[in-house]
Design a binder for this molecule. Structure first.
Ligand SMILES: N[C@@H](CCC(=O)N[C@@H](CS)C(=O)NCC(=O)O)C(=O)O
Length: 485
């Protein structure tokens, strides 16, 4: 039995459940007639916030005959009590729980997630001091109020609908992705709270709702990849491309892959691992190919490019595609280069979506390694606003070389997504700089990204690295003393 003043209640709210979720769900559940008014001029007329002349500030607003009420807590109480969902409810405790729910979901999760993934992490998990987080205290408190299965016992009340409204909203904003991608189920330790939301979601009125409303009408509200990356603390993973045969280094590569050739007494790969780890990059995946079983390194993961003899760098990278999620940043490294930790740190410090290490002092290294540097060097041009416009072509003169690509780069979590989508959208039958799709060079892919409008940022270095292509490269004297092997 309902006791509304009017035949048909008016609910003024945007075209979504949002903060009107509890009221709308209760009206659906009790079969009460209502009109959902969501055109802006109509909403504005009842909202002081938008110029209206009443004492109700912002949506949701319920109009029941002469009576007009706002604030989602008050609206929920009004609709709940008048629609019969206040039976057995201690109204004073209910007022407390509604405020507690707002404090936890809007003040806690909402406000902190608005400040970014890092702020939400501290709110949910604590500041690392070992003291319980604010969320822990609030959720413990809220949970204690629930008799079970619902707040006031066996049947759902308006407080339960209100909790579910908030749970639905925050699930959509961020909690679902935290559970799925970061395995963080923040309400896991509070089964009573989860049971309330589940109980409401299992009601026929909720399950069978077929109207147009979604929890959140605007996708722009929902947290994006960078938020989750910030939550994870910008974890960086590295993929090292180790599939190559290194034919020019034979016989040194007859029994080991190229990255295991020794430079100053140590395998090239061990310099790479040491520089990455010294810079805090622990999660390292080696993509192996030629003599895969010979390359074993502790605390690394690996994947094998079985077609290593028929494919090139890009195809090798995409063998590790399962490593390329859109949460972690990715450092991508060739395995025939040796670089010091400072170079990795400069790369990590870049905030760009795509960052490529560029050596401005490349010429002295090339001059030491070969007779005519121009024959082996590649073009690199930078725009006035500081982005790479051209990379990896055959240069006609030194003017076309503003630095040299070294085979080390970083993609932000968003950059990884851009890279993957771009690569998969390319025509697999086309020829790229004279190469088939599986044989595409990394610089060709970077150029293709640039051509499609993606900003590729140089991270300039001045030496501190070398490359091993020919046996004579092993004679070059790089100072490796800062690489902690
Ligand atoms: N505390 C109020 C907040 C109301 C509110 O923020 N409404 C939003 C839509 S969900 C709005 O349109 N606000 C407009 C404004 O504050 O200017 C409640 O819970 O009802």
């Amino acid at each position: 039995m309902t006791s509304f003043a009017s035949e048909k209640l008016k609910v003024y709210y945007w075209p979504m459940f949002g903060r009107a979720g509890a009221a709308l769900r209760m009206l659906e559940h009790t079969g009460t007639k209502y009109e959902h008014i969501s055109a802006f001029p109509d909403i504005a007329g009842v909202c002081t916030a938008f110029g209206g002349g009443s004492d109700t500030f912002a949506p949701p607003i319920v109009v029941d005959g002469e009576y007009q009420i706002s604030q989602s807590t008050a609206v929920t109480t009004y609709v709940g009590q008048k629609s019969g969902l206040g039976a057995g409810v201690d109204q004073f405790k209910a007022a407390q729980y509604l405020a507690d729910i707002v404090d936890l979901f809007e003040g806690g999760i909402g406000k902190n997630s608005g400040a970014g993934g890092a702020a939400l992490k501290i709110y949910l998990e604590g500041d690392g001091s070992g003291k319980p987080s604010r969320f822990t205290k609030q959720a413990t408190n809220l949970s204690r109020g629930i008799k079970g299965p619902y707040f006031f016992g066996d049947s759902p009340s308006y407080v339960d609908f209100f909790l579910c409204q908030h749970m639905d909203w925050q699930d959509e904003m961020c909690l679902r992705r935290l559970r799925e991608e970061i395995q963080l189920d923040c309400f896991g330790p509070y089964p009573k709270i989860k049971a309330v939301a589940e109980g409401i979601r299992n009601l026929d009125s909720y399950k069978n709702y077929s109207g147009p409303l979604k929890t959140c009408g605007r996708p722009g509200f929902v947290k994006e990849d960078d938020f989750f990356a910030a939550y994870k603390g910008k974890k960086v993973r590295a993929v090292v491309l180790c599939a190559g045969q290194g034919s020019r280094l034979r016989p040194l590569t007859n029994t080991v892959p190229k990255c295991m050739v020794k430079y100053k007494g140590n395998c090239i790969i061990d310099y790479i691992l040491a520089s990455l780890r010294a810079s805090g990059v622990e999660d390292i995946c080696l993509v192996k190919g030629y003599l895969a079983s010979v390359l074993e390194r502790k605390d690394t993961t690996s994947i094998v490019n079985k077609d290593y003899d028929k494919t090139n760098m890009v195809a090798t990278l995409f063998c590790a595609e399962e490593q390329l999620d859109s949460v972690d940043d990715l450092v991508l490294s060739y395995s025939d280069i040796i670089y010091n930790p400072k170079i990795v740190q400069a790369l990590l410090a870049s905030n760009a979506d795509v960052s490529v290490v560029i050596d401005r002092q490349w010429r002295s290294l090339w001059e030491a390694r070969m007779e005519n540097p121009l024959t082996d060097a590649e073009t690199l041009k930078i725009s006035e606003d500081g982005f790479i416009t051209e990379i990896g072509k055959k240069p006609k003169s030194y003017d076309e070389i503003e630095g040299q690509y070294i085979g080390l780069m970083k993609f932000s979590a968003a950059g990884v997504k851009i890279l993957r989508e771009h690569y998969h959208a390319l025509d697999k039958n086309a020829i790229y700089d004279g190469k088939s799709y599986p044989n595409m060079y990394m610089t060709t892919l970077l150029q293709s990204l640039i051509n499609s409008g993606v900003k590729v940022s140089p991270v300039f270095i001045d030496g501190g690295w070398t490359e091993v292509d020919e046996p004579t490269d092993l004679e070059y004297d790089l100072d490796v003393s800062s690489i902690p092997l």
